[in-house]
Design a protein around this ligand. Structure first.
Ligand code: AHR
Length: 974
């Protein structure tokens, strides 16, 4: 369910995950974005609809590069399009050295907010160069501080020929400077061209050119899937700037750089292939979001004409072929050439992102039908449910407030189970009260909302946070979950929330009832805005009061619109402020809280089909509260803190002044029109504590997740009714901090981070205090899976019955001998355990450290346990010479109770890890003797390796040494 959304935004990939240190390495960084033209009025390059992609022409034509000339050296650096290196890289840098004198001349690159040079680290440099006839000097390359002090010893490249040639070298950091620059200097007068100048750290992540710290933080999330490459990055602002995966594969110099939707060039060093490889490396399913023929609707959207959709459909099919088709096919061959002959098996495919309307539906149907015809087993994901073609899954995005997350009614509990499955492809809060998504409150409230999704995992199949990455110097208007500069990194509390969920996934949630008084009354706070939507109307006598005290009173006649924003050119008539047929004005103090606002309003003229008079109250970035009267009074509605109510119609479309008043205090809201109450309600209480439990079937662990957003601890009693065989201790992972406003930074990267500790005293009902401002995950082990038998743990060690061992050589070589090990003492014991206090049933014996310095051996373990046990005579070796499998505990035994010794698992070769428990009550079972085989042909014909058989009921942990046969585990010969 939990995955990630890896988009090229905020310089998350170029300038982040992708380890390239040179910015504008191919010298394409000054090319205008496709589909834009120069607007002389606005003095920008923009698209047809007016969208400003953020491209700014660089006067030198060579952004991020500068000419370095000292000591009287003279020359110039220009953008050149002569003899391009490749079709995808038509530009290069031309360095002309007129005079060298006793100085120095060259080109310098500033990297992504500095080149990070670390003492002792190695860097791989590659670049292409060619020289005009007459250039007889060498080139010198290195990293240096901004004042010119070298950080690496410069490397020298000798004769530069007239044809493009690739040069490579390794630079070694001699000094650390995180804000250094990279320089190539020329050693003589003449002309040299450069292209594709690349510098990568020698140490990257596994086999990919990725920054190890960024890649590892992503991998640590253990995502089930990776959605890539966007987002708006897929859609582009224009068709030309949309993501075309074919531009992103093959040799780097053949990858076309594209000015993306987020205001910078994508190098595509992290191309389609690298995304797929990265997914495979971190064990995540790839989810490619393909361009669907409609560009981003938040920009100025264009649709590829239906008659020209062929290439869009083909690109989709080809992307699936590249990922999935056999090696012998056209795209399979290219994949193999890139180093991955086997298919990647991509089964998740997004058709567009946040695309809308009928135009999307038509294009969606085209792509959907083509994809399903060829790849019926691929799950496709649509932007919304529509009838144009079947929908497997819809991709919903949520950028919401903390209140919405804590208190939303959108729980999916009542979602139509027959409707398409849901993927919440993007979710996060970045409201003001979370410092733009960065503080603990964001992490806590997101954790609270994720409980809804986890509980409804039958319909909400997947969820991913957005945006994932942000270079703190290169944020493109968005926050990030993982933040970095060019050498440091930190995860926000939201990161740790994602990690805690991902690492603690229940197979299913269980009915959880939380009885908590911990709710808070809402105190709404903020300014006032009056919206005249398509309407000419007048207002006067605006009054703001709190507890009988006047906070504000308008006097438009005397003061005009003083203190009102946006009203500069509005008319004042007869002491009233008159809207010019539309617009919104604001006033007031953002700290006003729990107040009333009243005014007189005259509805003059609707200027369009739909018009409305809206009072926005307690308005801030984090909440949007309004009372709206539409179309002269045909409808009245109110929205406050995500609660929405429709009210009584009230006509205001006449020549009269109407009194309107909104009052709110302690979460109670009332609106009246001409003295008549139209809306009157209490906001839903704001929850401060939510919790949910689930079961992880794989481990048998009970998982309890709980969020406490209050500054007080919550003393809770946890009742685990109906769950048997709880281990007496578990673990609790808690993320908390002094204040919900606390956040991590580059300097304090783990100020708010989860910590795991042991939790003792687990019982069917036990007390636990949930810390203030916290998200906790409690993990409690149960043993129900192994037939109610038990494992005995002490600290990190698991103990098993100490069984006498006899080694009998059974072959092998002297170097790799094979042994069979036979028991020389009984092994078929059940433990006698005091249920009310299991730990008391064991005595710990410290034997001292062995002289041999070998503690993990049968007869010299420094620690042993003494326990009480009774034999189970029917539990015997079965027909195949295996220990017969476990039967349900508690087990009846008529044998005397004896003392047995237990030793740490590793110390014995014959080592039961799950041991039956002796009992006598009505729930105790008789142990039945092993079954005889029905006839001899049931005998296994292939060698049997007991070590591998760890299915349910298997009592024994086998041997790790492949050549040692363990008789109790079976006559293993493997
Ligand atoms: O996550 C940032 C952007 O938000 C995504 O690119 C887009 O899908 C959404 O609007």
């Amino acid at each position: 369910m939990f995955g990630i959304f890896l988009e090229e935004i905020n310089h998350g990939v170029d300038g982040g995950l992708y380890a390239e240190m040179i910015r504008n390495r191919a010298f394409e960084g000054n090319t205008q974005p496709g589909g834009t033209f120069y607007d002389p009025e606005r003095k920008i390059w923009r698209d047809q609809g007016g969208w400003d992609p953020g491209y700014r022409e660089d006067p030198t034509g060579l952004p991020y590069w500068s000419l370095l000339q000292t000591g009287g050296a003279k020359g110039s650096m220009t953008l050149s399009d002569q003899e391009p290196l490749s079709k995808a890289s038509p530009h290069s840098l031309k360095l002309e050295v007129d005079e060298l004198g006793r100085g120095r001349i060259g080109i310098a690159n500033e990297g992504y907010w500095g080149i990070n040079c670390v003492k002792g680290a190695k860097y791989k440099l590659t670049f292409y160069a060619r020289a005009a006839r007459g250039f007889k000097g060498a080139l010198h390359a290195g990293i240096e501080s901004k004042d010119g002090t070298p950080c690496t010893a410069p490397v020298k490249f000798g004769w530069i020929g007239p044809k493009w040639k690739q040069y490579t070298a390794t630079l070694v950091g001699a000094r650390t400077d995180h804000r250094a620059r990279f320089v190539i200097g020329a050693g003589a007068a003449g002309t040299v061209w450069f292209d594709f100048v690349s510098l990568l750290p020698a140490k990257t992540w596994r086999n990919l050119p990725l920054r190890p710290d960024v890649a590892q933080m992503i991998a640590d999330l253990k995502p089930s899937f990776v959605r890539f490459p966007g987002g708006c990055a897929t859609e582009g602002g224009t068709v030309e700037t949309s993501y075309n995966w074919k531009d992103t594969i093959g040799p780097l110099t053949d990858r076309k750089e594209v000015f993306g939707a987020w205001g910078y060039y994508r190098t595509h060093g992290m191309g389609f292939h690298e995304y797929l490889q990265f997914c495979e490396d971190i064990g995540a399913d790839p989810l490619y979001v393909a361009f669907c023929g409609q560009t981003c609707v938040w920009r100025f959207w264009e649709n590829v004409p239906m008659s020209e959709m062929g290439w869009v459909v083909q690109n989709s099919l080809d992307s699936l072929d590249y990922a999935n088709a056999p090696r012998a096919t056209k795209w399979g061959k290219l994949r193999a050439k890139a180093g991955h002959p086997k298919p990647f098996n991509m089964t998740l495919f997004g058709i567009g992102n946040e695309n809308i309307r009928r135009e999307y539906e038509e294009r969606y149907a085209l792509v959907y039908n083509a994809v399903k015809k060829k790849y019926p087993n691929v799950t496709t994901i649509a932007c919304f449910n529509n009838k144009a073609a079947p929908v497997d899954m819809v991709d919903d995005h949520r950028y919401v407030t903390t209140r919405w997350l804590m208190n939303t009614k959108e729980t999916y509990d009542n979602y139509d189970r027959k409707a398409p499955k849901v993927y919440i492809g993007e979710i996060s809060t970045y409201a003001r009260d979370t410092a733009g998504g960065y503080n603990l409150l964001a992490g806590l409230t997101e954790a609270a909302y994720l409980m809804n999704l986890e509980r409804n995992a039958d319909v909400v199949r997947m969820v991913s946070y957005a945006p994932l990455l942000a270079n703190v110097n290169g944020r493109t208007g968005w926050h990030g979950c993982i933040n970095f500069d060019n050498y440091r990194i930190f995860g926000t509390p939201a990161y740790y929330t994602q990690k805690m969920y991902s690492w603690n996934r229940p197979s299913y949630t269980v009915a959880t009832s939380v009885t908590s008084e911990l709710t808070a009354k809402e105190h709404l706070r903020g300014r006032i805005g009056i919206d005249f939507a398509g309407l000419t109307a007048a207002i006067t006598d605006v009054k703001v009061e709190k507890d009988g005290k006047l906070l504000y009173q308008s006097d438009f006649g005397k003061e005009g619109a003083k203190g009102w924003e946006n009203a500069a050119n509005w008319k004042i008539e007869d002491g009233a402020l008159v809207s010019p047929g539309g617009g919104m004005v604001f006033f007031g103090d953002p700290n006003w809280e729990d107040y009333s606002v009243s005014l007189k309003m005259k509805w003059i003229e609707a200027r369009q089909d739909w018009s409305a008079f809206v009072i926005n109250f307690a308005s801030s970035e984090r909440s949007d509260n309004w009372w709206k009267i539409e179309n002269g009074g045909r409808r009245s509605s109110i929205a406050a803190c995500n609660d929405f109510y429709d009210g009584k119609p009230a006509s205001v479309q006449d020549e009269n002044w109407h009194d309107m008043k909104v009052e709110f205090k302690d979460g109670h809201i009332r609106c009246s029109l001409d003295g008549q109450v139209v809306h009157d309600f209490d906001l839903l209480p704001l929850y401060k504590f939510v919790a949910q439990a689930g079961l992880d079937e794989k481990t048998g662990d009970v998982l309890i997740k709980a969020v406490n957003t209050s500054p007080e601890p919550v003393a809770a009693t946890i009742n685990l009714a109906g769950i048997d065989n709880l281990a007496p201790s578990g673990y609790v992972t808690v993320m908390t901090s002094k204040s919900v406003e606390d956040q991590n930074t580059l300097d304090e990267p783990r100020k708010v981070a989860p910590k795991t500790s042991k939790l003792a005293g687990i019982a069917p009902s036990f007390a636990h205090e949930f810390l203030p401002n916290s998200f906790s995950v409690i993990r409690i082990r149960t043993w129900a899976k192994n037939q109610n038998s038990v494992s005995v743990d002490r600290g990190p060690l698991t103990f098993s019955v100490k069984i006498g061992e006899k080694y009998v050589r059974s072959g092998g070589t002297d170097e790799w001998p094979a042994w069979e090990i036979f028991p020389t003492t009984p092994w078929n014991y059940g433990l006698v355990i005091d249920k009310s206090n299991p730990a008391k049933s064991f005595e710990v014996v410290h034997k001292g450290w062995p002289k041999s310095e070998q503690p993990v051996v049968w007869d010299a373990s420094p620690i042993e346990l003494k326990a009480k046990a009774e034999k189970i005579p029917n539990w015997a070796e079965n027909f195949w010479g295996l220990v017969d499998k476990l039967q349900p505990s508690p087990v009846k035994s008529d044998q005397p109770t004896v003392n047995i010794t237990m030793i740490p698992m590793g110390a014995g070769r014959l080592r039961p890890s799950a041991i039956p428990v002796i009992g006598s009550g009505p729930d105790a079972h008789e142990w039945t003797p092993p079954e005889e085989p029905v006839s001899s042909f049931l005998l296994p014909s292939t060698p049997y390796c007991g070590a591998e058989d760890r299915g349910a009921g298997q009592a024994w942990q086998g041997l790790r040494h492949p050549r040692v046969a363990d008789r109790l585990n079976g006559n293993a010969r493997c």
